[in-house]
Design a protein around this ligand. Sequence first.
Ligand code: HEM
Length: 267
Amino acid sequence: MSPRLPAPPVPDQLKSAPKRPGEGEAPKKPVDHGIHAGTSAVDWIDERTSLSGGLRWMMFRKVPKGTNWFYTLGSATMFAFLSQAVTGVFLAMYYTPSATQAYESTRYITNEAFLGEFVRGMHKWGSTVMVILVFLHMARTFFFGAYKYPRELNWVIGVVLLILTMAMSFTGYLLPFDQRSYWATIVGVNINGTGPIVGPYLSDFLRAGPEFGATTLSRFYSIHMLLLPGAVAAMMGAHLYLVARLGTTAPPWMKAEQSDELTTDEV
Ligand code: HEM
């Protein structure tokens, strides 16, 4: 009997096509589709926008050794701002910025609107919390020397954010239009007027004229809920971009590790 010859290799074209994912398996239950729906929606958006690259760049940064809880004060300030934005939107649904109706609409929010007292309380106390947090965050960056090269510009942006935060508290204080907020704001605007060179122009701008009048309230309201939050959001974007770009500063008590290649003691 002649020996059997080895079989020639099967050309690729004749091999059966590889199985597609899921082929030959039991059909998926609707619940499986439900579980993966979120992932595929996110994938769908990401495939068309590539946003995940930017997010990863922002969120998964290396942080220096010794990073501690004090580094969370900036993010805490940001969340205080976001809470102010959300509660402010709900307050604006009921508030009327008119000299004759502002007080009454604020009273309505506190005493009658559903959860009004809670939302107003969140906004009022939230503003104090944000001011305290911004100062604590500034103190952290100052004492850790984070204002030095190459982060000077971020410090300057921070100063602008500090002024905007204070201005937001100041302009919000008038809005309930009760005796206290009315007279306290007159004092505040007069203090602004004593500033050198720009002071008188600034107080005229805030009052919307030489006298405190009905238009002053509308002006404060528009500055408080449109101009300042927009400016804060833009500045915060620039601030966070620079934080991600430059990284954060190591605590001053951490010593830089010296690489062996850089030591020159064998001369
Ligand atoms: C609305 C106000 C502010 C927000 C939301 C904010 C947010 C942040 C965040 C999230 C960080 C990174 C994490 C951290 O170090 O805490 C940061 C870093 C920084 N912030 Fe602010 N910030 C604000 C105001 C300020 C102010 C008032 C200053 C100073 C005048 C400032 C100066 C800096 C500096 C220099 C860094 C870099 C820190 C480092 O390199 O370690 N920021 N900020």
